[in-house]
Every structure is written in structure tokens, then in C-alpha cells.
Design a protein around this ligand. Structure first.
Ligand code: G6P
Length: 614
């Protein structure tokens, strides 16, 4: 989950790399560094954000002048605390090889012991540093193999996940890169090449990219690039044209990416549905799963695996698919699924959901399900991501790059995809064509309803004032709104660091009620659906213990105003579509609480956008 950017061409490398790191900061931001070659190897690295590295570059950057190639890295610590010396790049003892690494080297401690016994000295506490010394060792043992051969041989000793870039002043006009488990992309410019852990830092320079696959290496020079497997077999690569612009990955006038992404939702929702639903015909056309739809409909069971917010979307998927398509669904945390020897057969369909398409546990769950013979389908946002490529079929969420660490637009996009999937699985089987038409019509109206909720931003900010000093908060919902309660609580804890729990409202009396007093805000999703009366009783229970209630209610509900002054109204919708509406005020509440508390909304402490390690 760190960020990598490399450049080789004719331009000054240092400012270009720095700019790339800024675009990658959402992948990791506890330290940053770069190595460039201008006759000599020049390395700068620093604890803290890319801004700190920029200051260092302003002070001592003249040494980097004239360099037209280099590599840079922004880190999210896995081994060794955030510090200058643990920042990448890492160097060999003679300082003529520099390496940056994403991922985790699992056998690093045995490799380190071996290298220490051979006289190697370590500067850092990272697992990554063993790689550079290994490369040094094999290269010294046989100088004829060159940098490429040395990287190839070194990697044979390594267990774990990596995306690496290596440069050496002994072979100054090339960057050697390799991938296993951590994504790498090569950008093809005009007389220049870029290497990055995702396309975000590349897209302002070129829209032509080549994705490396697991087990592949590339040697990138000023004139061309070659891709081979780590076993040295040449590969023919397809050039992909990216279709997202730089503008899309910038803040677009909002103070934070998260706010921009919350406000983008009506447009994103339309993008998700575009070309996929025909309301008047009651048709759902899902290109990525069309060929497998019959097999999907015949599934004895569907298992949904995901992590974090994507797991919450999965829970809503369970409710949707069971209600409409009547296929039994189980939802599992990917990390639990992969280690509990699950029963999965070829009659099962396993759906993995991941915004990034790179989450290590979700990827492992997918591989396990495949091994066991299940049909594996993916729901991903990042096009060309590992999960998207390894699933047999799937659907992209088309939410565009999501930069804020707390997922917002990707979540609602996932829920829409799951809704469309539920319709496709139901068609001709479990619900009438008329019902499908009705459901699709209502779905098509959701973006406009979301826009109306967003208009209440100022009123929601006022309510956030009442939450901002809380130390704990409880979120309650029932039915389709139960996963939304979980998601609301997750949003609050992720970005404001207030402890929050989500509960099915009826479970309150089995424990959480003991916590309720005048200091405990309780956010209750109390929309008009079949559990409305029960939810009102829950609110009474909270009030009688002096708990402070913030309610999310349906427009026109006068009763709820008798119970609490703090109500956020949302447009009416049928129960299955409510999560797409009720989650919006919860996203905004968390956002405002976090900004009022002075938290770094887009980059909350200890979290990363894309968790590519276990
Ligand atoms: C991290 C992110 C979350 C995300 C989760 C799963 O924890 O901070 O926002 O929900 O990973 O990520 P995925 O990319 O698989 O959806």
C-alpha cells in the first residue's frame, strides 16, 4: 500500500517524481524518498509527508539537478516504524544500487540473518532492505549477470509480495522492475517511460499503459521496455488506453477529496447504471457477466467475500439477492474465509467485492474459492486491478478514482451494482417483469434523491456540532439499514477517531443499552419501512435513559419530530433502495465531525486506502 513512481526520459526527474508522489500520497504517507542518477546516485528521504521531502529537496535538491531518471516512494509502515532511515529507497553498502519496494517480504528475517552472517550491515528495520543486499550479493558473485540478472536471481530467494523498482549507477540508463502481489504499471510517453504502483501519477503524462502481471519483470531504458517472467521468458504485452483524466483525480474545488467524492455520488450513480439498465423495457444488461448469467442463476449458494466498507456493501447484497433472486447468500470477511477451511464447491458462486481490487485478504479468498472450483465473480472499482483480472467474470463499479481513504462513492456504486445483479438474477425466475420495471424505475430516481439530500449539507453540519465532542456513539438500523448503521459507525471512527459501534436496533437491549446515558449520542435510522414501529420503540428506550437521539427519517414523518429535534429527512424509497439514501447523511455527519475536530479527513492516521498486505 505504499506508492511507487519511476521515471526515465529527457526531463528533470526530481520535480517530476515529487509531483508523482503527491498524487500517490493516498497510498501511504509516513515517509517519502527518491533516488536519481546524474552520473552519481543521489538519494533523499525523509520521515513524514511528501511535503517534508519537498522542503528537503528545496534545500538540498541542487545535487539532483541534471538527472533524467530516478525512482521515488511514499511509505505506509509494515515493518519498522515511520522514520528517516526506514524510508525508501534502500541502498546497498557501496551505495550504487537503490531499491524501492511495496509489499511484504515474508522470509525477511531468515534472509537478514544469512546476510548479516556474510558481513552485510543493515541501516533500517524494514523487510525491504534485505532485497537490495540480496541483489548486491548475487551481482558480486557473478558480475556478468548485470542488474537485470541480479534482480532476477535475488527474487528466487524471496517469499512474499513485492512491487519493486531498482536502479544502479553501475548500469545508469535503466530501471528494473518486478511484480508479485503488488501492482505495477508502465506508462508509455513520447521518448520517456513512467513506472508506478497505479495510474494516478502517470495519467497527466500519458494515457497509454502496460500492466505487469504477477511474476513479471520489466527492464525500462530510455528507448524501450521489455517484459519477461521472473523465469526469463519473454512476454508480449498489450497496451491499454486509460480513460480517466487528471481532473478527475484532483479535488475539483472541494476542501477534501472525501467531500468531493461524497458530492460526486449522484453523477457516479448515473455512471454505474449507464448503458446497463433500460427502465421501460425492464432490462438489465451486465456485459461482464452475461456469458455466465445462467450459471450464476443456478448457483446453490452465493458467498460474498470482502473487507471493510466493501464488506458492508456485501451485507446489503445478501439482503437484495435473497429477497429478489431467492438464492441463499452468505457474507464473509475475506480474512476469515481464507483461514477457516470453508466448504465451497463447484455449485457455489463466490463474489469478491473490492474498491481497489488489490486487497490482500480479498485476493487470497478469491484464489482459494477458485481452487475449490467455485465460479468466481468480482465487483471492483479499479480497472485492470489484480482481483478484476483474476476473477472469471465481473462488473466494474465505474466510480472513478477514489482518493479519500474513507470509502464513500465506491460504496454506493457497489450497492447499485449489487442491486442490478439482484435484478438480473431474478429476471424470468422469481419476480415478475412488472416488478423489475418498477424496481429499475426507482433505482433510476435514486441519483436525484441523493442530490436532494446533499442540499441539506449545512443543516447536517449543524447536527454534527452535537456529535463532535462525543467519546462514543451508537448507530442503530434494521433490515436494509442495519449494514448502513455499521457503515455509518465505521465512517465516524475512521476519520474522527470517535469510538462508534453499529448494531441491529433490536440487539440494543442485549448489551449496548447498558452504555446509554446523557453522554451517548445514538444515531437511529428510522425510515418508513416495515420495521418503523419497532424502531420508534427503540428510540423511546434510548430517550428514557437520557440518550441523545439523532434520527435519519423519511420526508413527511411528523411523528419523529416529537421524539427528537435532530432529524435529517431523506426522500421516500422502497426498503431495498434505502441504503443508497440513508448512508449519505451519515457520510456527511462523519466528515463534518472530523473536520470540526481538526482531523486529517483524507488521510486518517494508521489507515491506508489500499491494504495490499495481510
Ligand atoms: C481499507 C480502506 C477501506 C476499504 C477496505 C477494503 O481498509 O481504508 O476504506 O473499505 O480497505 O478495501 P477494498 O479496496 O478491497 O474495497
Amino acid at each position: 500500500m505504499c506508492g511507487i513512481i519511476g521515471y526515465i526520459g529527457k526531463r528533470e526527474a526530481a520535480p517530476l517524481l515529487l509531483n508523482g508522489l503527491k498524487r500517490l500520497e493516498y497510498r501511504g504517507y509516513d515517509s517519502a524518498g527518491m533516488a536519481v542518477l546524474n552520473g552519481q546516485m543521489q538519494v533523499l528521504k525523509q520521515k513524514g509527508s511528501v511535503g517534508n521531502l519537498e522542503e528537503l529537496l528545496n534545500v538540498s535538491g541542487t545535487v539532483m539537478l541534471g538527472a533524467t531518471m530516478g525512482i521515488a516512494h511514499t511509505r505506509w509502515a509494515t515493518h519498522g516504524d515511520p522514520s528517516d532511515r526506514n524510508a525508501h529507497p534502500h541502498m546497498n553498502i557501496s551505495s550504487d544500487i537503490a531499491l524501492i519496494h511495496n509489499g511484504i517480504i515474508e522470509n525477511y528475517s531468515s534472509l537478514k540473518k544469512e546476510l548479516l552472517s556474510q558481513g552485510y550491515e543493515f541501516e533500517s528495520d524494514t523487510d525491504s532492505e534485505v532485497l537490495v543486499h540480496l541483489i548486491d550479493r548475487v551481482w558480486k558473485a557473478d558480475p556478468s549477470i548485470g542488474l537485470e540478472g541480479a534482480v532476477r536471481q535475488a527474487l528466487r530467494h524471496v517469499d512474499g509480495a513485492y512491487g519493486i523498482c531498482v536502479v544502479s549507477s553501475r548500469e545508469p540508463d535503466k530501471i528494473v522492475v518486478a511484480r508479485k502481489g503488488s501492482p505495477l504499471v508502465i506508462g508509455l510517453g513520447d521518448g520517456e517511460f513512467f513506472i508506478a504502483s497505479d495510474a494516478a501519477p502517470i495519467v497527466e503524462h500519458t494515457n497509454k499503459v502496460v500492466y505487469l502481471l504477477d511474476g513479471e519483470m520489466a527492464v525500462v531504458t530510455r528507448d524501450n521496455y521489455t517484459v519477461k517472467t521472473i523465469e526469463n521468458v519473454e512476454q508480449q504485452k498489450r497496451v491499454t488506453e486509460l480513460d480517466f483524466s487528471l481532473e478527475k483525480i484532483e479535488k475539483g474545488g472541494y476542501e477534501h477529496f472525501m467531500l468531493k467524492e461524497i458530492f460526486e455520488q449522484p453523477e457516479v450513480m448515473r455512471d454505474v447504471m449507464r448503458g446497463r439498465i433500460r427502465v421501460e423495457e425492464g432490462r438489465v444488461q451486465l456485459g461482464g457477466i452475461e456469458d455466465y448469467l445462467d450459471r450464476l442463476k443456478q448457483a446453490k449458494r452465493i458467498v460474498i467475500c470482502a473487507c471493510g466498507t466493501s464488506w458492508h456493501a456485501g451485507l446489503i447484497g445478501e439482503y437484495l439477492i435473497e429477497e429478489f433472486a431467492r438464492i441463499p447468500v452468505e457474507v464473509d470477511y475475506a480474512s476469515e474465509f481464507r483461514y477457516r477451511n470453508p466448504i465451497v464447491t463447484s455449485d457455489d458462486v463466490v463474489i469478491v467485492i473490492s474498491q481497489s481490487g488489490e486487497t490482500a485478504d480479498t485476493l487470497a479468498a478469491l484464489r482459494l474459492a477458485k481452487e475449490k472450483g467455485a465460479l468466481v465473480m468480482g465487483i471492483c472499482n479499479v480497472v485492470g486491478s489484480t482481483i478484476a483480472r483474476e476473477t472469471l467474470c465481473g462488473m466494474y463499479t465505474h466510480a472513478g478514482p477514489e482518493v479519500g481513504v474513507a470509502s464513500t462513492k465506491a460504496f454506493t456504486a457497489q450497492v447499485i451494482v449489487l442491486f442490478m445483479l439482484a435484478m438480473a438474477l431474478s429476471k424470468g425466475r422469481t419476480i415478475s417483469q412488472e416488478e423489475i420495471k418498477l424496481n429499475l424505475r426507482e433505482l433510476a430516481e435514486v441519483p436525484e434523491k441523493v442530490a436532494r439530500i446533499l442540499e441539506q449539507n449545512d443543516a447536517i453540519r449543524e447536527i454534527a456540532l452535537k456529535l463532535k465532542d462525543a467519546r462514543n456513539a451508537l448507530y442503530l438500523g434494521r433490515g436494509y439499514n442495519f449494514p448502513v448503521a455499521l457503515e455509518g459507525a465505521l465512517k465516524l471512527k475512521e476519520i474522527s477517531y470517535i469510538h462508534a459501534e453499529g448494531y441491529p436496533a433490536a440487539e440494543m437491549k442485549h448489551g449496548p443499552i447498558a452504555l446509554i446515558d446523557e453522554d451517548m449520542p445514538v444515531i437511529v435510522i428510522a425510515t418508513r419501512d416495515n420495521t418503523y414501529a419497532k424502531i420508534l420503540s427503540n428510540i423511546e428506550e434510548v430517550r428514557s435513559r437520557k440518550g441523545r437521539v439523532i434520527a435519519i427519517a423519511s420526508e413527511g414523518d411528523r411523528d419523529i419530530e416529537q421524539l427528537t429535534p435532530d432529524v435529517i429527512f431523506i426522500p421516500q424509497a422502497s426498503a431495498a433502495l434505502l441504503p443508497l439514501l440513508t448512508v449519505i447523511p451519515l457520510q456527511l455527519l462523519s466528515y463534518h465531525v472530523a473536520t470540526m475536530r481538526g482531523c486529517n479527513v483524507d488521510r486518517p492516521r494508521n489507515l491506508a486506502k489500499s491494504v495490499t498486505v495481510e
